[in-house]
Design a protein around this ligand. Structure first.
Ligand SMILES: Nc1nc2c(ncn2[C@@H]2O[C@H](COP(=O)(O)OP(=O)(O)O)[C@@H](O)[C@H]2O)c(=O)[nH]1
Ligand SMILES: [Mg+2]
Length: 416
């Protein structure tokens, strides 16, 4: 045999050409149990690292700073107030809960029961409106105009509920400026000043009035203190701002609404009646403004094809990744949602998401506490100047959703 075709020379054992040089013997596999132990070990190691990674990646909201627990409003003489302390039901609730727990630990024999969610302090007024606002100097005024007109006509003066009549009356607007770098705060306070009742004691008929009916420049006059402006020192994101506002709400019902006025504010009445129909014996309920009926309509079609495509993809992801009642909600992202006060301690203390995905976390928390939710169709218009970065924020939302679900499943987030 010539030297050139040595590779095929299987007679020459030990020639150093690979397989032909191995002695023939049966391959011995490890026992099955050892394979299972190895596999189990690998899965455990994987789980361990996933758990560590989730712990590192899970968003932890930062604690509010001193100045963020204060608000500014307009005084009866039209000047700006100094910063006042915000009342915070959450701080009181957490302190009481802790005290009850310690009491229970101290007296193991006497059976002190800590209710899973202790009730929070009573409402002072009927409706709290939380408005997250990030650089909204352009869009805020129109929204406020529409809101106060409805609130004043529907729920009376801002202080009516504080006088002991059951909280059918009274309202407040909490504007949470989320580290805005423009004139959002000034715009909000200017608005409050211009509309303040004490600034316009009695509208006088003048050349502008029609048929002798006085019609002042601003038709709605509001009692002082109705609008509170809170400033977050650093931008947190919409979820952070809404949650912050909800911690300081004094209303029997709490709604959050976008600063651009995209939702028809007068549909708040529909949310309240919808919520009342589903409240349980403890008065807990959530009403979700819905634009689902508008899909395919002019308002939605006007949006870019990319935004609509991403919206549909996000809905599919939501269906797969959220528990059943949340997955059934057709429009989870609408910035117009109402909560009854007794529902708050099941949701607000356990919020983690700071960004756009916070709505889903709120709904998942409500679902996990067996709080009924109802979707209510509302009027809505597309308003220019959206701050949503369609591509990046969609990726961020998908990632946020995956993280959120994983953290709840692994017990990194939990109610205690
Ligand atoms: N707090 C806070 N709110 C934001 C931020 N970005 C947007 N918003 C608010 O979220 C609401 C909806 O924002 P918008 O830009 O209209 O989003 P879109 O309606 O989804 O297109 C408005 O009230 C914004 O001021 C942010 O970074 N922080
Ligand atoms: Mg908008």
């Amino acid at each position: 045999m010539s030297k050139e075709n040595r590779a095929f020379d299987t007679q020459r054992l030990g020639a150093g050409y690979g397989f032909e040089s191995h002695p023939k013997q049966a391959v011995e596999l490890p026992p099955t149990w050892a394979l299972f132990v190895g596999l189990g070990f690998m899965l455990f190691a994987l789980g361990f690292w996933v758990y560590i990674a989730l712990n590192l990646l899970a968003p932890t909201p930062r604690l509010p700073r001193r100045s963020e627990k204060q608000y500014i409003t307009i005084l009866p003489d039209g000047s700006r107030s100094k910063p006042n302390e915000l009342s915070c039901w959450l701080d009181k609730w957490a302190a009481e809960k802790e005290a009850a727990k310690q009491q229970a630990a101290k007296e193991p024999g006497t059976k002190v029961v800590v209710p899973p969610q202790m009730p929070i302090e009573q409402a002072d007024l009927f409706m709290s409106v939380v408005v997250p606002a990030y650089n909204e100097e352009e869009r805020l005024e129109g929204m406020l105009e529409e809101a106060v007109e409805f609130l004043e006509s529907e729920y009376g003066g801002a202080h009516d509920g504080e006088n002991g009549q059951y909280k059918q009356k009274g309202w407040e607007i909490l504007i949470v400026s989320d580290g805005s770098t423009d004139g959002t705060v000034d715009k909000a306070l200017e608005f409050a000043k211009e509309h303040q009742l004490s600034q316009h004691p009695a509208p006088k008929p003048g050349p502008w009035s029609e048929n002798g009916n006085a019609k002042a420049l601003h038709s709605t006059h509001i009692p002082h203190g109705s609008i509170r402006v809170i400033t977050l020192e650093e931008n947190r994101g919409k979820g952070g701002a809404v949650t912050h506002g909800m911690r300081h709400a004094r209303g029997q019902y709490i709604v959050f609404a976008d600063a651009d006025g995209a939702s028809r504010f007068s549909d708040l009445g529909k949310l309240v009646s919808g919520c009342k129909t589903i409240e349980d014996k403890d008065g807990r309920g959530v009403a979700i403004g819905s634009r689902a009926h508008l899909v395919g309509s002019e308002a939605v079609v006007q949006r870019s094809a990319l935004r609509n495509f991403l919206m549909h993809s996000f809905h599919i992801l939501l269906r797969i990744m959220t528990p059943p009642a949340t997955a059934r909600i057709k429009d989870t992202q609408c910035g117009f949602k109402l909560f009854s006060r007794p529902a708050l301690p099941y949701i607000v203390p356990y919020m983690h998401s700071e960004g756009w995905i916070f709505d889903v976390e709120m709904l998942m928390l409500a679902e996990s506490a067996d709080i009924a939710m109802i979707e209510v169709t509302i009027g809505w218009k597309e308003v220019l100047g959206s701050k949503l970065n369609v591509v990046w924020d969609s990726i961020g939302m998908a990632w946020g959703l995956a993280l959120l679900r994983a953290c709840w499943m692994c017990g990194i987030y939990r109610r205690d």
